[in-house]
Design a protein around this ligand. Structure first.
Ligand SMILES: C[S@@+](CC[C@H](N)C(=O)[O-])C[C@H]1O[C@@H](n2cnc3c(N)ncnc32)[C@H](O)[C@@H]1O
Length: 234
């Protein structure tokens, strides 16, 4: 495990601080804006609730979509990167959502919230960054109220062979190159590629959810499997 993967403010948090200025631009640009559709579809799967925790909130796009679709009264966004959240707060102000979305510095591996505090917990493109996935999932389950919903959105790999080949060329070569060039942090985009390759997608991740104590686990693959939505219940 290198320093970046060690988690904490000096590792992952600092890495996301350093790419925060170009994060949204590259996210939307490198995915041809499809990332917006993925978040919209994921949020549609949530039942409306009162208090929702969005772990690894970053610059807030999932949290804003949750409010836009009326799926929560209030979203608490937690993240290690203060710079990602600084941009998130600016976006919340511009959308008149500051009252509905708050941003708090916290590690997913030890969340500073009471047991059962939230009706639902979400995490988009965050879980694969956790240095200890099981610890993060246990924490998310702990802060959920009984019967509460967990929604995770993560990258996965397309299963159709020809598309998979083309996608791998794009994801393994073009994306790290353009990401590194625009953000000025090549290692961050090499890390993105590595972290997606190493993530236990599909049934492997559902099994991890079940072993952490979640029930009614299900998955829905989007865009030929480029990303997967995972749902589970406490
Ligand atoms: C790829 S971004 C995703 C941001 C946002 N959810 C989205 O959909 O655009 C990953 C975020 O996870 C955060 N993160 C990584 N590890 C974390 C941890 N252990 N605790 C809290 N946040 C973490 C990073 O700081 C970063 O903002």
């Amino acid at each position: 495990m290198n320093k970046m993967e060690a988690g904490g403010r000096d590792g992952i948090g600092a890495m996301f601080d350093s790419i925060s200025g170009t994060y949204d631009l590259l996210n939307h640009g490198l995915s041809f804006n499809i990332d917006k559709r993925w978040r919209r579809k994921a949020v549609r799967m949530l039942a409306p609730c009162g208090e929702l925790l969005d772990v690894a909130v970053g610059t807030g796009d999932l949290a804003f979509e949750i409010i836009r679709q009326g799926k929560a009264e209030h979203v608490t966004g937690a993240d290690l990167s203060v710079e990602m959240m600084r941009i998130g707060r600016e976006k919340a102000r511009a959308r008149n959502m500051s009252e509905r979305v708050s941003f708090e510095e916290a590690s997913a591996l030890s969340l500073p919230y009471a047991d059962g505090r939230f009706d639902a917990v979400t995490c988009a493109f965050g879980v694969r960054n956790f240095s200890d996935r099981e610890a993060g999932l246990k924490e998310m389950r702990r802060v959920l109220s009984p019967g509460g919903q967990l929604l995770v959105l993560e990258f996965s790999h397309p299963s159709v062979p020809l598309f998979r080949g083309l996608y791998n060329m794009y994801f393994n070569h073009l994306l790290p190159f353009v990401g590194g060039l625009v953000s000025g942090n090549r290692e961050a985009y090499r890390y993105l590629n590595r972290s997606v390759r190493e993530f236990p997608e599909g049934e492997g991740f559902l099994e991890l959810l079940r072993s952490t104590g979640f029930v009614r686990t299900e998955q829905r693959r989007l865009s030929f499997g480029i990303v997967t939505i995972y749902m589970a219940t406490k």
